[in-house]
Ligand binder design. Structure first.
Ligand SMILES: Cc1cc2nc3c(=O)[nH]c(=O)nc-3n(C[C@H](O)[C@H](O)[C@H](O)COP(=O)(O)OP(=O)(O)OC[C@H]3O[C@@H](n4cnc5c(N)ncnc54)[C@H](O)[C@@H]3O)c2cc1C
Length: 484
């Protein structure tokens, strides 16, 4: 194949993108990987807790499925969750075979962590709380060494290129055109649209806007997960995430009076909201996480990061509050990552298969990256030979601009842990296109479900069970859809 042509263009070098590249290259495909930011600035690299898979003897994919369905609050697309739960163990073994060394107990058996919403220990981790870093280092080294994979670092996709209705490639910001049979978007989530976030600044949903401009539908944008325990008020560590696994190992949460106020292992939305209410009722900026009795050796990078910032979690309480963490919504995609546009696939956090429903079960997202990253990569190889994509100017103004500070603050203030119509309404005029769509979807869903809490509609509406909020390309009006 000539320059600028390959079988697959993968946009994004997080867990989903890297795994998709390797899966395709292993089948003999030539792959071009486009990555805007350095490895250490992907959400995947920052992942702490681990990846969920039914690996324990007492566990089974069916139990993993039950927990995923329960966390998703009546909105999980069962077929997607079944795919994840059935295939996660095999992808875990594949990572092991690639050389990722997951933590073992002192008998040499795989050590599995417990996180909120999981009925059994199911979360495989590496280097304690350095799971993402360990996995990404291995995958990126493999990608860099693979002769069938060309890596374009510091290259940002500015648009998708279509020919006769199919996605046939990508236009980079510098005008280069890349042609391929299929384009896999693995651009990560949109949590950094909110000002207080655990995510790197690049997670503002650029892939969603590129896909939308190419004709793909987006869904479930109102479901933004807020992580309960991100650091508050420690210089240089604002928003730093303290893994759920720390609570799995016995860390507790305390209000201003030093009292516990929530079951620390309840699903994320419940814990985050309990903290949010406690902050409001007691007029606080943070509650306290007591991890003094947790073995620091289990969470070396959390402990080191806090100690570097001058707080020793082995002897002091850690001030924490919720922060925007994960986007359940994204590009509507099927079980092989296919969007509504032929040749265009979305995997990882930028996709919405319906797997997470209204609330992602902790540690299902890394597993999702591997399970669906692979499926999409293999699916795309059956697409037709690539057309030509000549170089040309990128769209102006940009299709996926970074949000301004004002947008991010407005999102935090009005589309945060609790929303209402009065706050959401002004966001409909926000200059950022994705902020507007999130507000539209949040206004449209007049109920409280999982991560979406409407102060003016505090109850779950059973009529909305299994009904996803879809926004078609070219429209800003959401509609409801059930997915098989
Ligand atoms: C602090 C933290 C801890 C977490 N812990 C866990 C955990 O323990 N377990 C778990 O399952 N999940 C965890 N998550 C969530 C999980 O890490 C993410 O959902 C997942 O890693 C997303 O992977 P991804 O490959 O989809 O995207 P990312 O890892 O975000 O990668 C996105 C990539 O796309 C690139 N990109 C974006 N736009 C463009 C563009 N236009 N052109 C070119 N490149 C582009 C970026 O540069 C980046 O390379 C955590 C998240 C955070 C932030």
């Amino acid at each position: 194949m000539g320059p600028g042509r390959s079988d697959l263009v993968v946009v994004g070098a997080g867990a989903a993108g890297l795994f998709a590249c390797l899966s395709a290259a292993r089948e003999g495909a030539r792959v071009t990987l486009v990555s805007a930011r350095p490895l250490a600035e992907t959400a995947s690299y920052w992942a702490q807790g681990g990846l969920a898979a039914a690996l324990a003897i007492e566990d089974a994919p069916e139990r993993h499925l039950e927990d995923t369905l329960a966390a998703g609050r009546g909105l999980v697309r069962r077929s997607a969750a079944e795919t994840l739960c059935n295939e996660a163990p095999a992808r875990f073994r594949e990572l092991e075979a690639l050389g990722v060394r997951f933590d073992a107990d002192r008998h040499g058996h795989l050590s599995l962590g417990l996180e909120g919403g999981h009925g059994v220990r199911r979360v495989a981790h590496a280097g304690g709380s350095a799971t993402g870093r360990r996995i990404l280092r291995q995958l990126s080294a493999d990608v860099a060494e693979h002769e069938a994979i060309e890596v374009l670092e510091g290259a940002r996709a500015a648009a998708l290129v279509k020919h006769e209705g199919r996605a046939v490639g990508v236009r980079l910001e510098d005008g280069r055109g890349l042609a391929a049979r299929g384009v896999v978007l693995a651009t990560g989530g949109a949590a950094a649209l909110w000002s207080r976030t655990t995510n790197p600044p690049g997670s503002f949903g650029s892939g969603l806007l590129l896909a939308r401009a190419a004709g793909a539908a987006l869904a479930d944008l109102e479901f933004a997960q807020f992580h309960p325990t991100a650091v508050v008020g420690i210089k240089g560590r604002e928003g730093f995430l303290i893994s759920e696994a720390v609570r799995g190992e016995g860390a507790t949460l305390h209000d201003a009076r030093g009292e516990r106020f929530v079951d620390e292992l309840a699903p994320r939305d419940a814990v985050a909201r309990a903290i949010f209410r406690t902050l409001r009722e007691q007029d606080l900026t943070a509650v306290h996480l007591d991890m003094r009795h947790v073995d620091p050796g289990h969470f070396p990078n959390v402990v080191a990061a806090l100690r570097d910032a001058g707080l020793d979690p082995a002897t002091e309480l850690v001030p924490v509050a919720p922060a925007s963490h994960y986007a359940m919504g994204g590009v509507v995609s099927d079980l092989d990552g296919r969007s509504g546009v032929d040749g265009l696939y979305a995997v990882g956090e930028c996709a919405c298969t319906g797997l997470h429903g209204a609330n992602r079960l902790a540690s299902n997202s890394l597993s999702e990256c591997f399970v669906f990253g692979r499926r999409a990569a293999l699916g795309a190889l059956d697409d037709p030979e690539p057309a030509d994509v000549p170089d040309g100017a990128p769209p102006e103004p940009p299709l996926a601009p970074a949000p301004t500070r004002e947008t991010r603050r407005a999102m935090w203030a009005h589309a945060g842990l609790e929303r209402d119509a009065e706050g959401l309404q002004p966001l409909l005029d926000d200059p950022h296109p994705l902020a507007r769509l999130v507000a539209r979807c949040a206004l449209f869903r007049e109920e409280t479900r999982g991560a979406h809490a409407r102060a003016d509609h505090p109850d779950l509406d059973p009529a909305l069970d299994l009904r996803h909020t879809v926004v078609d390309a070219g429209s800003e009006a959401p509609r409801l859809e059930e997915w098989a």
